[in-house]
Design a binder for this molecule. Structure first.
Ligand SMILES: *Cc1c(COP(=O)(O)O)cnc(C)c1O
Length: 401
């Protein structure tokens, strides 16, 4: 993976060679995130998108507090999906005005915390709107709200669809005018709309189409709004390549289309901030997962590297986090990068289940106990998206380097 340099056959992360980093961290397995790569990704995106577009980081992708703190200094806002993530965002120093909170089942206690903090709440049901009105009255602070819309279209070729058709997220577009009337009647401070159609998309045309349709839908809904639209969150869905044959997302057409949207918004929604919210695209490629080979076994001719980490730390690399067909994440022996990858090797973890597979018959150099297996593209949906308590092994450490 070309984003990480190689020195003397070793991967270098944040300027530190891998074996030295493992010693510094003090244990395997661990995740390491490269600050410089995180910063470079945000800079690349700013370059490609019009200046009028605000960039938010979706904390769900990687909630490690130090990483969120680093991201908070780079982006225009943070999106959270629970009171736990809200606390991380506030601790990271993000201004409450720049935090928004989405999620289909916000508990009343979470709503109250968010109202007290002064963040923007993406309202996802009529019940939630009424609960927010009660909380506002009780606390004496107005709830700032945007309406999360379940659009009447899908994000095509998306890894995970989160809008269009029947969905638990947001309110169906056709019911939004009634919800807007309710928001007005309840006296909530209406600020705008949130549309999020899906995740992990590598086709620029599909993202362009979804953003364009989202903008047009928001323009129509704005006619029923109780106050001018001040924020329009057009979602995200930018993917990263994981598997052979996948290529990087082409940002140029997305930037060009967003420039058109920004121009139209200046007259049709004057004063509205345009936001996109990205998780995986911002952090996924800056992170690796590292585990150490405990044993090398050959079973009926098949080589297995048995490691001290696996599915319990990195569910998505094992293929069990939403994938339909299991494919290998890019992987390497991080301390033997100059050796040719010639041996079909399966990398497995220590769990007593055949699901604990990090690489299935991948061409890797000869490796054995003590060597370091690296799984790339691991900066998003890794540690926090894995069942770390499963089978009672130690948790992975995370380091920002
Ligand atoms: C999950 C999610 C995101 C982040 O998605 P990525 O694919 O990581 O960019 C952003 N917004 C909302 C509402 C989400 O649910």
């Amino acid at each position: 993976m070309s984003q990480f340099p190689v020195e003397n056959g070793e991967l270098v992360v944040g300027g530190v060679p891998l074996t030295r980093l493992a010693a510094r961290v003090g244990q395997t397995p661990f995740y390491a995130y490269d600050r410089a790569l995180l910063s470079a990704r945000v800079a690349e995106l700013r370059q490609a998108l019009p200046a009028a577009i605000q960039l938010h980081y979706a904390v769900k992708a990687n909630p490690m507090p130090a990483l969120v703190g680093h991201m908070a200094g780079l982006v225009d806002g943070l999106d959270v999906a629970s009171a736990g993530e809200l606390a991380i965002a506030l601790d990271a120093g993000c201004a409450p005005a720049d935090i928004s909170f989405a999620g289909p089942g916000k508990r009343d206690a979470e709503l109250a915390q968010a109202v007290a903090a002064g963040v923007l709440l993406n309202v996802e049901s009529f019940r939630e709107a009424r609960a927010l009105a009660e909380i506002s009255t009780r606390l004496g602070w107005p709830a700032r709200v945007a309406v999360r819309v379940n659009p009447d279209f899908e994000l095509k070729s998306s890894g995970m669809k989160m809008g269009g058709g029947p969905k638990p997220f947001g309110v169906d577009a056709e019911e939004v005018p009634a919800l807007l009337a309710e928001v007005g009647r309840l006296g909530l401070a209406f600020e705008g709309f949130h549309l999020f159609a899906g995740s992990q998309n590598l086709r620029a045309e599909a993202i362009v189409e979804a953003q364009q349709k989202s903008f047009e839908l928001a323009l129509r809904l704005a006619d029923s709004a109780p106050a001018p639209v001040r924020v329009l969150n057009l979602g995200g869905g930018f993917g990263i390549p994981y598997f052979p044959g996948e290529t990087h997302l082409d940002l140029a057409p997305i930037g060009a289309n967003l420039a058109g949207i920004a121009t139209a918004a200046a007259t049709r929604l004057p004063g509205a901030a345009l936001v996109i919210e990205l998780g995986r695209f911002l952090v996924g490629e800056a992170g690796i997962y590292v585990c150490r080979v405990i044993d090398r076994k050959v079973s009926r001719g098949q080589v297995f590297l048995v490691c001290d980490g696996g599915l319990h730390h990195h569910l998505s690399a094992s293929g069990n986090f939403g994938q339909v067909l299991r494919k290998n994440y890019p992987a390497a022996i991080g301390n033997r990068l100059e050796a040719p990858g010639t041996t079909p090797t399966s990398v497995v973890g220590p769990l007593c289940t055949p699901l604990d597979l990090l690489a299935d018959r991948m061409a890797l150099p000869d490796a054995g106990p003590g060597d370091l297996v690296v799984i790339f593209q691991s900066g998003a949906y890794g540690a926090s998206a894995s069942p770390q308590a499963f089978l009672g092994h130690p948790a992975a450490i995370e380091a920002l380097v």
